[in-house]
Design a protein around this ligand. Structure first.
Ligand SMILES: Nc1ncnc2c1ncn2[C@@H]1O[C@H](COP(=O)(O)OP(=O)(O)OP(=O)(O)O)[C@@H](O)[C@H]1O
Length: 981
């Protein structure tokens, strides 16, 4: 009987141990499932921080600790582990699930515990030894008892606990788990697994943790406890081995006894709660460290950190060392020093744990069995390690076995640190976002301001355009009105077109105005007066005195005859007036009486002066008539222009393409009308040449016209020379018309000028020809030379309106490009549009059927004709013929030689009257130039470059430079005899 209880005692202890294991496993599973659910809920709030799942949840772990006062104390310490973490790869770590671990700690003052073995159950002691053996990190062996695997010891310092859950939300959750913790403790007590003194140990230990200045024994105990707690954290981490799931799953469940809560436990729980403020005192310290850690550790390597961490745990956190340090019962000064060192190590350990939390947060490699043999770090390295590990936590591969050792605690601190970091980051990012929003707002405001200004400027621009347009229209309307008024006022004087019936048709016939009639009257009066003077002078000579006669006897009969003539004209000498009255009654034929010599001389002088005056008056009247003729040609042209303008569809100041304001018609050609317009965008006058395709034309003719117009456009737009009108734009107006926008040349064309002035001086003509040759040289210097083919006075525009200014050539409607494969620049190109153009100015080869190839010498012929016409006032071939007649009479084909008149045809009355023939002489140089141009065979004709070298127009250089001008040798054909021209 006496042996039986004794024999049963170990068995009972073993059974208790099994029960504890079973209950802990049950709690573990129970809380795991509960907190998994909670994690799922909390993930919603932390989902932004994937891959962490449920990291903000506190997971209870029950920790049993033996007391240090000779009692074997087992405290059920429910800690809330921020586990349930996912590594960077996103899968749940093995220690990520909440774990409830019970740690059974060997008494730190081993003497007490060993001296009182009865106070400590055998099994408990054995189990503690087992667990210590299990934490042999130095050896790298990780022996875990199957039950110990279930009793994961997460001895978490209360300071860390509170530090980790300073977050308000977490504190609420924590309170919730505190309540659960109480329930777990009650259940444990109801199962009577541990004697009451074990449970009473916990408050003492907590008190020691709070007040490290207590008695040596207590200090040693609390220090040891703390070490053990932290070691147990490592242990728990280390216990999460690959085997753990099997053990957890394989632990048989046993029915649990009802749980009752003792007063001691309640006090213990209350005390732990009261520990909060004290822990919070430590919290800022830890937070600060974490922050520093986070900041510093951003630039370090993970491998070094892993190595250092491992060594740190091996040297500082190894549970095996604790018995060596604390195993003695005697507390001596040396031991005190050791204890102080131990406290420092503990602090370092705390820091490392925080660091580990962070590492495990990111699934970083933490001390593992595989890295235990690495070199021991120096304290500096340890500190460095703390910094390094954080930075590389993100880079460490997840799922390493070593990670599991400290992950649970790491997770808590990590969560807290990550939370604070996130809060910081979110605050920073919120600040940054606000800053950026302000910047964006500023930019937006600036853009709005710019847009407003731009819109205002655009409105101003549009308004100014409208104003310009309105003013231009107003001005144009005024000009139109004034012109029409002037035309109307001038028409009676100058004349007008009157529609008269001629046979069956009505035609506009010109009728001169009264200005011409008056001039006629003046001319008649002058002629009469002239006759009278002549008669009087004749009579006067008849009455020449004898004295004067005697001197010249043989002239007497002549003087008498003059007298008789004067008498017959009714012009009598004043000296005979009285006798004439006296002899009226007694009239008889008598011989003319002589007059006194004095009187005769006076009368003779008077008659001579009167004749001179009459001649001057005749000249004035002739010049007046000349002016009136010019006025009439202008008037006629204006009348035609106004009639065409009034008939045009663009008379209402249309704005083509919202840009070109049509002002007035400049002229009308065969198939085109040219309008003066204003380019509102570019603020300049332009000439809009509008090409009309006659609707009644055959399709072939339409196509041909459009082809020519397009050719003109294509050629013209490629030209850029000061003597060539520029082409700016091409617009389509409607299906039958399009418009080329040209540079506006304000003056008249040479044709109109020659019509008014008949001819111009050689100097003026040479100036014009020089400019035309310059433009032709440009056209022929191009890689694909261009033949204008329609050079004539009408296509030479005078910028100043007269012939002593600049000119520009225009109208490239018939021009040819020498670019075809069959085109030989020397031999010429095919003439595709024969008999197009103005025949007076085209060379003989263009009339030959079939036409030979043409070259730029077509334009050279035209230059010769224009020069001749300018000087002599008429065209060299077929001047008075119509185009049709020229064709019929083969006038040009027969134009083998040019004939120069003796004198140029002068329209200037004064020059003609006073016979300033020396002014009207044409130089031989000019004649030679014309001759070189009007050679019948194109092979004999000069080309453009030779013309440019001709002495007539080549630049005059100093004497030494003569003979070679810009590589152009001096023309050998002509000696420069008249440099004064
Ligand atoms: N760029 C310009 N600037 C000023 N006036 C121009 C311009 N181009 C042509 N003109 C004038 O417009 C009128 C008509 O020009 P256009 O070229 O149509 O006449 P054209 O040569 O007689 O006709 P066609 O082209 O049928 O031979 C002419 O009086 C000419 O002086």
């Amino acid at each position: 009987m006496s042996y039986r209880p004794l024999c049963c005692l170990p068995a009972a202890l073993v059974m208790h141990r099994l029960w504890v294991t079973f209950i802990c496993s049950f709690f573990h599973l129970f809380t795991q499932s509960i907190f998994s659910l909670l994690q799922v809920q909390s993930n919603g709030s932390s989902s932004n921080h994937a891959p962490i799942v449920g990291d903000q949840l506190g997971v209870p772990s029950i920790t049993m600790a033996t007391g240090g006062t000779g009692h074997v104390g087992v405290s059920y310490n429910v800690t809330y582990m921020n586990s349930g973490m996912l590594g960077p790869t996103g899968f749940m770590q093995q220690n990520a699930h909440p774990s409830t671990s019970v740690m059974m700690q060997q008494p730190q003052n081993g003497g007490v515990s060993r001296s009182s073995p009865t106070e400590m159950p055998q099994g408990m002691q054995t189990m503690s030894e087992d667990s210590l053996e299990m934490r042999d990190y130095n050896s790298g062996v990780h022996h875990m008892h199957p039950h110990q695997m279930q009793m994961q010891h997460h001895m978490q310092p209360q300071q860390q606990y509170n530090m980790q859950y300073h977050n308000h939300q977490q504190m609420q959750q924590m309170q919730h788990y505190h309540q659960q913790q109480q329930q777990y403790q009650q259940q444990a007590q109801h199962h009577q697994m541990y004697p009451p003194q074990i449970q009473q140990q916990q408050p003492q230990q907590q008190g020691q943790m709070q007040q490290p200045q207590q008695s040596n024994q207590q200090q040693q105990s609390s220090t040891t406890l703390q070490h053990i707690n932290e070691s147990s954290n490592l242990s728990s981490a280390g216990s999460i081995s690959d085997r753990e799931p099997e053990q957890a799953g394989g632990t048989p469940q046993r029915p649990t006894a009802p749980v009752t809560t003792t007063t001691t436990e309640k006090k213990s729980v209350r005390k732990r709660r009261r520990l909060g403020p004290n822990d919070e005192q430590a919290t800022p310290k830890q937070e600060r460290k974490i922050t520093e850690f986070m900041k510093v550790g951003e630039a370090s390597g993970s491998n070094v950190a892993r190595c250092l961490m491992t060594e740190y745990h091996q040297n500082q956190g190894s549970p095996k060392r604790q018995p060596q340090q604390n195993g003695s019962n005697n507390y001596e000064p040396q031991q005190h020093q050791q204890q102080h060192q131990q406290q420092q190590q503990q602090q370092q350990q705390n820091q490392m744990n925080q660091h580990d939390m962070h590492n495990s947060y990111w699934g970083m490699a933490t001390p593992s069995l595989g890295v235990n043999n690495r070199g021991t770090p120096t304290p500096t390295q340890q500190q460095h390690y703390s910094s390094d590990s954080n930075s590389n936590s993100n880079q460490s591969p997840p799922g390493q076995a070593g990670n599991r050792m400290v992950r649970t605690i790491d997770g808590e601190t990590q969560t807290d640190s990550s939370l604070s970091q996130r809060l910081q980051n979110s605050n920073q990012s919120a600040d940054e976002i606000a800053k950026r929003d302000r910047i964006i707002e500023d930019y937006r405001r600036q853009i709005d301001d710019m847009n407003t200004k731009q819109n205002a400027e655009r409105r101003k621009y549009e308004a100014s355009k409208e104003t310009i347009k309105r003013l231009l229209i107003e001005k144009n309307m005024i000009e139109r009105t004034a012109l029409r008024d002037k035309i109307s006022a001038d028409s009676p004087r100058i004349g007008c077109f009157k529609t008269t019936r001629i046979g069956d048709s009505f035609r506009d016939q010109w009728t001169d105005g009264w200005g011409f009639a008056e001039i006629e009257k003046k001319q008649e009066a002058l002629a009469t007066e002239k006759n009278d003077i002549n008669a009087a002078a004749t009579l006067l000579k008849k009455r020449k005195p004898a004295e004067l006669e005697r001197k010249v006897d043989r002239k007497r009969p002549q003087a008498v005859s003059i007298q008789i003539q004067n008498d017959s004209n009714g012009m009598q000498p004043s000296t005979s007036s009285n006798s004439n009255g006296d002899d009226a009654i007694f009239r008889r034929p008598e011989e003319p009486k002589e007059i006194p010599p004095q009187e005769y001389t006076e009368l003779e002088e008077i008659y001579r002066l009167r004749k001179e005056h009459l001649r001057k008056e005749e000249t004035d009247v002739a010049m007046e008539k000349e002016r009136l003729d010019k006025e009439r040609s202008l008037h006629m042209r204006e009348l035609k222009r106004i009639a065409n303008e009034s008939a045009s569809q663009f008379k209402e100041h249309q704005l083509l393409h919202k840009r070109y304001l049509m002002l007035n018609l400049l002229g009308k050609g065969g198939f085109s009308e040219v309008w003066k317009a204003f380019d509102i965008d570019e603020n300049r006058y332009v000439a809009c040449k509008i090409h009309h395709v006659n609707k009644d034309w055959k399709e072939e003719k339409k196509a041909n016209y459009v082809k020519h117009a397009m050719r003109e456009k294509d050629i013209h737009k490629s030209l850029d020379h000061c003597r060539i009108v520029k082409q700016y734009d091409l617009l389509t107006i409607d299906n039958h018309s399009f418009c080329t926008v040209l540079e506006y040349v304000p003056g008249n064309d040479l044709d109109f000028y020659l019509k008014q002035n008949k001819s111009i001086s050689e100097k003026e003509a040479r100036s014009i020809i020089m400019q035309v040759v310059s433009a032709l040289v440009y056209l022929n210097e191009k890689s694909t030379p261009i033949i204008h083919y329609d050079l004539k006075p009408a296509n030479i525009l005078l910028e100043s309106g007269h012939t002593f200014g600049a000119i520009k050539i225009t109208d490239f409607g018939l021009s040819k490009i020498m670019e075809g494969e069959n085109d030989d620049h020397d031999g010429g190109i095919e003439l595709t549009s024969q008999f197009a153009g103005t025949y007076w100015y085209l060379p003989p080869e263009t009339f030959i059927v079939p036409p030979p190839k043409i070259t730029c010498k077509v334009d050279v012929w035209s230059i010769g004709v224009i020069f001749y016409q300018c000087i002599y006032g008429k065209k060299p071939f077929g001047h008075d013929l119509t185009q049709q007649k020229i064709l019929e009479c083969n006038t040009i084909i027969n134009a083998r030689e040019v004939i120069f008149p003796n004198k140029p045809q002068v329209n200037h009355t004064s020059l003609r009257i006073f016979h300033f023939s020396f002014v009207l002489q044409v130089s031989s140089l000019a004649q030679d130039f014309i001759r070189r141009c009007l050679q019948y065979r194109k092979e004999d004709r000069a080309d453009v470059f030779e013309l440019a070298r001709h002495d007539l127009i080549r630049p005059k250089l100093p004497r030494e430079a003569k003979g070679s001008v810009s590589g152009i040798p001096r023309s050998p054909s002509v000696n420069r005899e008249d440099d004064n021209i």
